[in-house]
Each structure stands twice: as C-alpha cells, then as structure tokens.
Design a protein around this ligand. Structure first.
Ligand code: PSU
Ligand code: MN
Length: 304
C-alpha cells in the first residue's frame, strides 16, 4: 500500500509494484546545489542515465505541499528556476506540507520519503555531515541522523572538505552506518579521490553492496548505508588545488555571517564562482558516475 500522502508517477508506481529497480534522486542539489540552467540539464541527464542502466529514476520533492516520488520535465524546470523553493530537511517537511508550498528535499528528507515509498537506493552528489567548527556551532547535518535511522542506501562521492571529514566518519560509526568505499581503500572527498582518511570498509562490485544491504536489514539493524564512489580519475580536482579554494569560501562565509541551513548552499555556490565553473563540471561528472553505480546496485538488490 502506498502511503496516502505521497504522489507517485505511474512509472514509479508500476516499477515498485512489479519489482523493477527504482533509484531515488534528491532535489536540493537542483534548487540549491547548482546554478540554472546546468541544474535542470543535470537532473534530466541523470534520470536518463538511470533508465539506460536498467532502473527507474524517482526524483523526490514537495510541490504545492504534496510529497512527489517521480517528477516530469516541467516539475524539474520549476525546481531549477522558481525563486521560492524551500530547502527541506526532515524538520522542514511538516511545515512545507502543511502550508502547501514547494520544497527541494535534502539527503535526509529524500531518504525519509524514499523509504516511505519503498525505495531502497538513492543517488546524490555529496552528503551533509559535521561542519568544521561544529564543536562550537553544533552544526551537524540531519543527513547523518537520518542515515542512522532510515533504511536507504545512499550513493555519493563522499563529503566535501567544507566539512570535517574525520568527525563525519566518527559520527557515522556512532550511528551504526556502514561506510563502503567503492573500489578504493580511501574515503573520497567529493572533488578528489583522496581525503587522507582510510575507508572504513571497501567493496568492489554492485553485488557486494547489495549483499551488505541485505545483511544489515536482515539482521534487523535499521538505518542507512553510505556508498562512497570516488570521482572518476579524469574529472578529479586534486586535493591541494581545491583545498585553498574551500578555505577561501569558508572565510567568505564567516565574513558574511552566513550559518545554519544557508551554509551549505552558500559554500557550494561560492566554490563554483571561485573556480570559474570548474567545480560545477566536476560535480556533474561525479553525479553521472554515481547514477551508473546506483542503477547497478538497485538491479543487484532487486535480484538478490
Ligand atoms: N553537499 C554537496 N552538494 C549538495 C548538498 C551537500 O556537495 O547539494 C546538499 C544535499 O542536499 C545535502 C544538503 O543533503 O546539502 C545538506 O545540507 P545541510 O548541511 O544544511 O544539512
Ligand atoms: Mn546544518
């Protein structure tokens, strides 16, 4: 039975009914993570990649207060270009639904809605985590809380070093979240294949990922999994090159007094500005690669 508050497209509803693999996609990356029009082009392209690789894409957002599982091209265009789309993490979901407004869902809110719909695999670019200086600000993304609680496997390229990567990994350990680096001994840092942090666990095939998902949930251990897929070699921005740019973006944010839910969108936009768009090219490349991997994982999981 589909949850009565969700609206599924016919394509997603029939895929879920007949066991066709489905891959969830978030919408904050569209509305608050990339500039227009590259954001809508990315969203459409990634849905196409997931279809080409044998799964059905389900981009998730709130439109007119209605949680939507699967969107059409007009919906994606609205999310990419409309001036008034709220960034919705889990705490924002009830407010946006009750008011009947538009919301773009973060990793946390997308996981929650995907799980309500019965979707177990979700592809994104980067996760939220423990912000640098969180010892003072308490700024820890609700993405981590949600990974500790909700049964969805999330494919990302790791976390940007706008965050404290070491503390993010510690928190995921505390929350019981398996962190699987794909084909690497090191946890990746989004733009770079390396981070200086060893991967807690390594896997080398979609089937191995599906087996860990099954084992976790069959053991009754609720919560998510992180699959950290390093950016393809040819698209990588070396850590020493991006490091200084991230420091500058963080300093600019502090000077402007930006914090809370505006921090991540500001930093993402500022990094695109400082790199003259090079970071956006890398970001889109890693999302494409994550889509290919996520579709393969969803296929293996459906067959397992
Ligand atoms: N990191 C990225 N790109 C993104 C985000 C994070 O590299 O688009 C978005 C995701 O939607 C993530 C959210 O869930 O930012 C985290 O926001 P916060 O730090 O406010 O929890
Ligand atoms: Mn935060």
């Amino acid at each position: 039975m589909t949850h009565p508050m969700l609206s599924l497209t016919d394509e997603v509803a029939s895929a879920l009914a007949d066991g066709t693999p489905v891959v969830a996609l978030e919408s904050t990356i569209i509305s608050h993570g990339m500039p227009y029009p590259q954001n809508v082009a990315m969203a459409l392209e990634v849905e196409g990649i997931i279809r080409e690789h044998g799964a059905v894409p389900a981009t998730i957002a709130i439109l007119d207060g209605r949680p939507r599982i699967g969107l059409d091209a007009d919906d994606l265009e609205l999310l990419a270009s409309h001036g008034d789309v709220t960034k919705v993490s889990v705490r924002d979901l009830p407010f946006v639904v009750a008011r009947g407004t538009h919301g773009a869902t973060t990793v946390a809110a997308t996981m929650r809605l995907a799980a309500l719909a019965g979707v177990r695999v979700f592809v994104t670019g980067g996760l939220g985590g423990v912000h640098r200086g969180a010892q003072q600000t308490f700024d820890v993304s609700a993405d981590l809380t949600e990974l500790g609680a909700t049964d969805v496997a999330v494919v990302s390229a790791g976390v940007k070093s706008i965050l404290d990567i070491g503390l993010t990994l510690e928190t995921l350990e505390t929350l019981g979240v398996p962190v699987l680096a794909y084909g690497s001994d090191e946890f990746p840092s989004f733009f770079s294949r390396s981070s200086g942090h060893a991967a807690p666990m390594r896997v080398d095939s979609p089937a191995e990922v599906a087996a860990v998902m099954r084992a976790k949930w069959d053991l009754g251990i609720s919560g998510g999994l992180v699959i950290a897929n390093p950016i393809p070699v040819d698209d990588e921005i070396p850590a020493d090159e991006i490091g200084g740019i991230i420091e500058q973006a963080l300093a600019d944010m502090d000077a402007l007094g930006i914090h809370g839910k505006d921090a991540t969108p500001y930093l993402l936009g500022r990094i695109v500005e400082i790199t003259g768009g090079a970071s956006l090219t890398a970001n889109i490349a890693l999302v494409r690669d994550n889509a290919r991997l996520g579709a393969a994982i969803a296929r293996e999981y459906a067959a397992s």
